[in-house]
Design a protein around this ligand. Structure first.
Ligand SMILES: C[S@@+](CC[C@H](N)C(=O)[O-])C[C@H]1O[C@@H](n2cnc3c(N)ncnc32)[C@H](O)[C@@H]1O
Length: 338
């Protein structure tokens, strides 16, 4: 593995490495070196980080792409945007940061002059800042309001969503199954609905304890029994799968020729969408029953950078357990968008 700041740039072109790091950053970027390598930064290229979070990947990418490279960060979370504007201010006008979602990337890119980026990154899910802040309601470890909105300036909280369901455990069970792959979805959904009728569930601790009781405690399981329930509700209220589908399509069509899209996912539902979207845009010939072959998928516009998903090393997982389920996939654009 090459060191992250060398990327594919000739050594003599190396400029000073910025480290704007006076701000304490608690989010460790996952698969950092592998992501920069997959994006293969171009000298003075333009980049979009659709999930700027704590700005770790963005900082490395700016440093790996020459002193005139530019990067636009996007995040749904207003706190992340403010944090990154401060953290990456030493890059001056090489860095802009926009409060939006990555499904709106095409419009945001046009508004900010990032029409044909050389690289786009999506590092999905939530950041440590969000999980570690009980007020945001993502954690079942520390008690907080049952919120879980990534963009806490608008939209429905999980507490409001449960209220809206009015005891409809069937819909809830579908959400838990579909977005949490929860095998005990019916049992948990019935327990949540029954408790909700008694009094509205408004805190993370109460939801976690309802789930724990419904499935009969932890039984020595390594993961908290509410992990899948929290994941499913978070995905549902943030419309994460719809965002991902739209974001991938936008990213692929925005990329400059030879530009790269890298996506880090954290669970199988996300990874499936990434894999299927990449495959559809890659296209392939399939054998027909009656003989001959036929083209399957859309007009090919990308090729995969790696055949298989890249996973974190044991060393990275030991330093950052949050990385354990990460998978990195990347494609390279082979045709200029018309
Ligand atoms: C895993 S963190 C990214 C961490 C970042 N790569 C770093 O190095 O610090 C994911 C971030 O993506 C944001 N996010 C998730 N879905 C989003 C979406 N659809 N649009 C924009 N931001 C999103 C979250 O708010 C969170 O801040």
């Amino acid at each position: 593995m090459k060191p992250i700041y060398s990327s594919n740039l000739p050594a003599k072109r190396h400029h000073s490495i910025f480290n704007c790091g006076e701000i304490i950053i608690t989010h460790k970027p996952v698969l950092l070196e592998e992501t920069i390598e997959a994006l293969s930064p171009k000298l003075n290229g333009t980049y979009i980080d659709g999930t700027i979070g704590g700005g770790g990947h963005a900082e490395a990418l700016l440093n790996a792409s020459g002193a005139k490279s530019r990067l636009m960060g996007i995040d749904r979370d207003p706190d992340a945007v403010e944090r990154c504007k401060a953290r990456l201010s030493c890059f001056g006008d090489r860095f802009v940061c926009v409060h939006s979602d990555f499904a709106s990337m095409t419009r945001v890119a046009q508004e900010n002059g990032f029409n044909k980026p050389d690289g786009i990154l999506l590092d999905l899910g939530v950041s440590s800042f969000q999980i570690d802040e009980p007020e945001r309601g993502f954690s079942f470890i520390a008690d907080g309001p049952l919120d879980m909105r990534m963009d806490n300036s608008k939209g429905m909280t999980v507490a409001e969503y449960l209220d809206m369901l009015e005891g409809d455990w069937q819909t809830l069970a579908t959400v838990l199954r579909q977005y949490g792959e929860e095998p005990r979805a019916t049992k948990i959904a019935k327990a949540i609905a029954a408790e909700q009728v008694k009094s509205p569930i408004k805190t993370t601790a109460r939801l976690a304890s309802i789930v724990e009781k419904a499935v009969g405690g932890r039984k020595g399981a390594p993961r908290h029994p509410a992990t899948r329930t929290f994941q499913a509700l978070r995905i549902a209220i943030n419309a994460e799968m719809e965002q991902l589908r739209d974001g991938l399509e936008s990213a692929i069509s925005l990329l400059a020729e030879d530009g790269r899209l890298a996506v880090i996912s954290f669970h199988s539902i996300e990874d499936r969408i990434v894999k299927q979207t990449f495959r559809a845009h890659e296209g392939r010939t399939v054998s027909l029953q009656q003989g001959g072959t036929e083209w399957e998928g859309k007009t090919p516009v990308v090729v995969r950078v790696n055949r298989r998903a890249i996973k974190p090393s044991d060393n990275e997982i030991s330093k950052n357990p949050r990385a354990r389920s990460a998978k990195l996939r990347a494609v390279r654009r082979i045709q200029t968008p018309s």
